[in-house]
Design a protein around this ligand. Structure first.
Ligand code: ADP
Ligand code: MG
Length: 663
């Protein structure tokens, strides 16, 4: 196969530009796929509206005239006749084509149609007529100023020689699916001949990419399962006893999760498990049981949470539940006072503290554990906790438990959690009634206030969420203050109103939260700091201002602050726009469905702020559309590993081993 250097017309400058696109070798160039395709089909002028896209061919009717506007910009005008209709064409910076556009010549013009002036503002002119059958044109990203035509001319030169690429799909699977040959598929992708062949080619390429990805994931998962963890030997009777003493009876799903964790912890291999469950499904208590079991085995547990408020809340509950067992619990956050901090560090180092809950401070360099056996992260994506390696822990590898209420769409979960075991809590604790959600306009605020009053009158509490602030706008504080004034005007005489925002000190926040928990405050005006985890079951209404500014999943999380008891709860979304998108929330309380919608609407790029790791950027597969292929690839790769076939497959073995080093 030709090297990049051997391609005609590809000079050092272009080579540099290609490198910036990640194209280092001619093989990379083959994998520099078009990001979409365009079908060139003749437009019917009669049907076009102002500024519609137009594709048309016709005979040149006038000698082109060129105007040089400045050194860099020139404009060319000419006329064509297409099906007896005369059209003006204007195109910029193509004066070099002038000599080839003689009268009578047929050209294809692609551009925007200005019907008022019967003018085409062209962005492309091709010599010759449109092909008889519609032609499919690949469109490449033109970063670095390398155009699609240029890329194709290089590719043509590559394809004129023998192509030398590795086919990663094992033969058996290739046969099973009757896949197109790899070289042919690559050629189709860059130079499609017809729709059907292109589809078959794309399918093959997507499968290969997803198969490799899932193979890697499954391989890593298997490797992890072979990492020895701590072996504990706790009788389940103790766990049962502990569960019996809880203030409520656990749901079936909670029990199933606990059993899975129990088996993990008692088993030889290291635990690497994710508990997924919608907001309010009761994940916290499951983690408490895990910590109890870990404690019985003589190890320390660390529970890591994303916010200060949540840390304090969990700490209170931990103290309540563990008090009778005389387990020493501590809370550690970035804001903990120096003196207290030192005491906690000491306690963790000498082992007098059994359970510690906190923010990222837990894994800061300074913290040393005597024998940390279990690390739990609540409401946090694992990509945020890569600092795990900071744990100073006397050479013990702790078991890991993740909890996530952010419902990850199935597709996405498979990729980011592909190397973990997953347990699901599907059902809510019994007696819960779904939150009733409505959308109101700003002008309907009276009605909203009346609804709030109805709840307050019954002794319930209400959250009011201030609009989400974008940078360069007025500060959160202003927003919250404005809302506070409004609420004071309406309810100030009857109820206590509290305010919570990011700029407050931890102590102030804690005080407000405590007052809200103890119903000394009935209306809590807050920014999204209450988004995750906060648990006050007497709150039965949440009113969210400017709700169009939030993603659906974030709104669902906020809504999860209510409906945490047997009381009927309500969520009012205030918004003057995007009614259609928001209405999804009025129709379902199922976080998974909502996140699928969010995923469809917003794509994975900014989904839940999960950082995209390089691993997850696919060249040709699209997780939104290629779920079925992903599932096949998942099954096939699992079987391939299970059957031990990978051990005999030099190419794939090398591939996974290589990625193992990188991961
Ligand atoms: P999340 O899964 O969102 O973290 P929590 O663990 O905060 O949910 O639980 C929500 C509320 O439900 C808490 O007040 C918790 O005490 C309560 N809860 C959890 N499990 C049960 C259960 N089996 N029965 C009744 N209430 C429960
Ligand atoms: Mg929680």
């Amino acid at each position: 196969m030709k090297q990049l250097e051997e391609i005609k017309g590809l000079g050092p400058k272009t080579k540099c530009s290609l490198q910036r696109l990640g194209v280092m070798t001619s093989e990379d160039l083959l994998y520099y796929y078009p990001f979409r395709y365009e079908t060139l089909k003749k437009s019917n002028i009669e049907e076009l509206k102002q500024d519609d896209k137009i594709v048309i061919d016709g005979n040149i009717e006038s000698i082109p005239t060129v105007f040089h506007i400045n050194r860099r910009l020139n404009k060319m005008n000419f006329r064509i006749v297409s099906d007896g209709k005369l059209l003006q064409v204007v195109i910029f910076n193509r004066s070099f084509l002038k000599s080839r556009l003689s009268i009578g010549e047929i050209v294809t013009v692609i551009g925007k149609y200005d019907c008022k002036h019967n003018l085409i503002i062209a962005n492309d002119i091709r010599l010759g007529p449109l092909p008889k059958s519609p032609r499919i044109v690949p469109i490449y990203h033109s970063y670095s100023g390398i155009g699609g035509k240029q890329i194709q001319s290089y590719l043509l030169q590559l394809f004129s020689d023998e192509i030398d690429v590795v086919d990663y799909i094992p033969e058996g699977l290739s046969l099973k699916y009757q896949f197109m040959d790899k070289v042919r598929s690559l050629k189709q992708i860059h130079f499609p001949t017809n729709k059907h062949s292109l589809k078959t080619a794309l399918l093959r390429a997507k499968y290969e990419e997803l198969f490799l990805f899932m193979l890697k994931m499954n391989y890593l998962k298997k490797e992890k399962q072979h990492t020895n963890g701590l072996k504990r030997d706790v009788s389940f009777a103790y766990i049962e006893e502990f569960i019996k003493c809880l203030p409520f009876s656990l749901t079936e799903d909670q029990l199933v999760c606990i059993k899975a964790i129990y088996d993990d912890l008692n088993g030889k291999k290291r635990m690497n498990r994710l508990i997924q469950g919608d907001v309010g499904s009761g994940k916290t208590i499951v983690s408490f049981v895990a910590m109890y079991m870990n404690h019985l085995s003589g190890y320390q547990s660390a529970l890591m949470v994303p916010t200060e408020i949540l840390a304090r809340q969990h700490y209170k509950k931990l103290e309540e539940i563990f008090e009778p067992y005389q387990v020493n619990v501590a809370v550690l956050t970035g804001k903990t006072k120096a003196k207290e901090k030192r005491e906690i560090y000491e306690g963790l180092k000498n082992g007098t503290i059994s359970i510690v809950v906190g923010t990222h401070a837990l894994i800061s360099e300074a913290v040393e554990y005597k024998n940390l056996g279990l690390v739990i992260t609540d409401e946090q994506h694992r990509f945020g906790v890569n600092q795990r390696s900071n744990l100073k822990n006397k050479g013990i590898t702790p078991d890991i438990l993740y909890m996530s209420a952010t419902p990850i769409p199935r597709t996405y979960a498979l990729t980011i959690y592909g190397d973990m075991d997953v347990s699901n809590i599907h059902t809510m604790p019994s007696g819960r009634c779904p939150v009733i959600t409505t959308i109101k306009k700003n002008e309907e605020i009276r009605e909203v206030l009346e609804n709030m009053y109805k709840e307050l009158k019954q002794g319930h509490q209400v959250y009011v969420i201030a609009p989400l602030i974008e940078e360069n706008e007025k500060s959160d504080l202003e927003n919250v203050t404005l809302l506070e004034e409004k609420m004071k005007k309406a309810f100030g005489k009857l109820y206590q109103i509290g305010v919570l925002h990011g700029k407050m000190s931890p102590k102030e926040k804690e005080e407000v939260m405590l007052n809200f928990e103890q119903n000394e405050i009935q209306i809590l005006i807050s920014t999204t700091v209450v988004e995750v985890g906060v648990d006050v079951s007497n709150a039965t209404m949440i009113v969210i201002f400017d709700s169009e500014r939030f993603g659906l999943s974030a709104l669902h999380q906020l809504r999860g602050r209510v409906g945490r008891s047997n009381l009927q709860s309500y969520c009012i979304l205030i918004s003057d726009s995007e009614k259609e998108r928001l209405s999804i929330l009025t129709r379902t309380n199922d976080g998974f469905k909502i996140s699928e919608e969010d995923f469809k609407l917003r794509g994975s790029g900014d989904l839940f702020g999960v950082r995209q790791s390089g691993d997850m950027q696919f060249k040709i597969a699209d997780l939104k559309k290629d779920f079925e292929i992903l599932m096949k690839a998942k099954e096939d790769s699992e079987v391939y590993i299970l059957n031990g076939k990978i051990e005999e497959d030099i190419i794939l073995k090398e591939y996974v081993e290589e990625t193992k080093i990188l991961s």
